[in-house]
Design a protein around this ligand. Structure first.
Ligand SMILES: NC(=O)c1ccc[n+]([C@@H]2O[C@H](COP(=O)([O-])OP(=O)(O)OC[C@H]3O[C@@H](n4cnc5c(N)ncnc54)[C@H](O)[C@@H]3O)[C@@H](O)[C@H]2O)c1
Length: 396
């Protein structure tokens, strides 16, 4: 069992989640595929960097991410910065031969994502994009049921990601509302998680017909630091323009003939992290709600007419990742566990010399879907989604 040195770039919300995962992964999954060593963390200035190292248990800190990429002692580069830095860091890390885990969305656009994918393709390095929600055990259980044919041929996927942390027009104009940093709004930030789960569970997208809206056109400026995620009010200071969407709705035609819809918004008062999907197949249905993530609701058509209905399966040791998580169903898995599982699967791929999904090809494919959604909203028309040849036949 090897030690692998991690250089983490960005010590905000995701810096916290990834640091937790590196420390806890061997506690959950033992024997661990490798031991992640928290070697160096990079932050935007000296005080943030030294504070992040102390808080998140890193041996060293830096204000220059290049020093992580160039350090021969570092095995893994973890990109947890705002989106505008992902491409530059990932391409430099790939050229230096580092294994890379990059937060989602892979980048701001399909073009940037393509450059990142081309930098890692055929290099032998392990690359991963951090769509962690598909690693919720009940989502992986839904995948198992679908693969086993338990709900037959899929007809329809309805997915949502509804939040309200920025529904207040006085919550701050953080980087998430600025196109030059984020690329897009609710689309890249949250709808992409549902798009990733739709690809994972149903398959590739063939075409989309979409609406993008920006209901809150300006917000109070936020100065410096990590995104306040609406936890503070911006006050009466100067306001700046929001130039990204805050709501997206799209219809989907899948390549396998299934149809679907996806919606994401940050304006849904009362909804916090309301990620749901309902899937209808010829032999049954599946329903998932992240706010009740220990549960998977399933209905099998084969049950008799007098007992057919949704039943609740609580995930536990019998289900995906059960060997590493808690010993009793419904003890409770959280956001942290999805990141711990993600770290496990990433380090396993490195230790075994394999690959992992979702990787940069998946991140690029999701960016192509995002680009098609933007084009469709602009044209008010159906737009075809190109599918990478290497993904057209894969099983995700
Ligand atoms: N997988 C998920 O569920 C999930 C959730 C939230 C965010 N994200 C993604 O993670 C990434 C980071 O988001 P976040 O919520 O952690 O943002 P955040 O604003 O909380 O943190 C980003 C951090 O990066 C730092 N940073 C900025 N420039 C830097 C530089 N040049 N060098 C080093 N550090 C720098 C900032 O100071 C900040 O602390 C984004 O791509 C976002 O889309 C993913």
């Amino acid at each position: 069992m090897k030690n692998l040195n991690v250089g983490l770039i960005g010590g905000g919300f995701m810096g916290k989640a990834h640091s937790l995962a590196y420390s806890a992964m061997p506690m959950f999954f033992w024997p661990a595929p490798a031991i992640p060593v928290r070697h160096t963390i990079a932050e935007a200035n000296e005080s943030l960097a030294s504070e992040a190292a102390r808080r998140f248990g890193f041996e060293n800190s830096t204000t220059d991410w290049h020093s992580i990429v160039e350090n021969p002692a570092i095995d893994v580069v973890d990109i947890a910065t705002p989106n505008h830095l992902h491409a530059e860091i990932a391409i430099a890390a790939a050229q230096a031969g580092k294994h890379i885990i990059c937060e989602k969305p892979l980048a701001r656009t399909g073009e940037e994502s393509k450059a990142m994918y081309e930098a890692v393709k055929d290099t032998g390095i392990v690359h991963m994009v951090a769509f962690n929600y598909r690693r919720t055990p009940s989502v992986a259980l839904a995948k198992r049921y679908i693969q086993e044919g338990a709900i037959g041929r899929i007809l329809n996927f309805r997915g949502t990601y509804l939040q309200d942390w920025s529904a207040d027009p006085d919550s701050p104009l953080s980087w998430r509302f600025q196109k030059n940093i984020a690329g897009s709004g609710a689309l890249g930030d949250i709808a992409t998680h549902v798009i990733d789960m739709a690809r994972y569970l149903v398959g590739e997208f063939a075409s989309v017909n979409s609406i993008l809206s920006t209901f809150i056109p300006d917000r109070p400026l936020q100065t410096g630091g990590a995104d306040a995620l609406g936890n503070v009010r911006g006050g009466a200071g100067p306001r700046g323009e929001v130039d990204v969407d805050d709501e997206v709705l799209t219809m989907v035609r899948f390549a396998n003939g299934a149809v679907g819809s996806i919606e994401a918004t940050r304006n849904a008062y009362g909804r916090n992290n309301f990620i749901t999907f309902e899937i209808h197949g010829t032999e049954g249905s599946i329903f998932f709600n992240y706010e009740r993530r220990d549960e998977l609701q399933v209905c099998f058509a084969a049950d008799g007419n007098d007992r057919r209905g949704f039943r609740t399966v609580y995930t536990g040791p019998a289900h995906p990742y059960g060997e590493g998580l808690w010993p009793i169903p419904a003890l409770g898995v959280g956001y942290g566990e999805t990141k711990i599982i993600e770290a496990h699967d990433f380090f396993k791929a490195i230790a075994e010399g394999g690959s992992v999904s979702p990787n940069f090809a998946d991140g690029y494919q999701t960016a192509l879907i995002d680009d098609a959604i933007i084009e469709s909203a602009e044209k008010e028309a159906w737009v075809d989604v190109p599918v990478l040849a290497e993904l057209a036949t894969s099983t995700k």
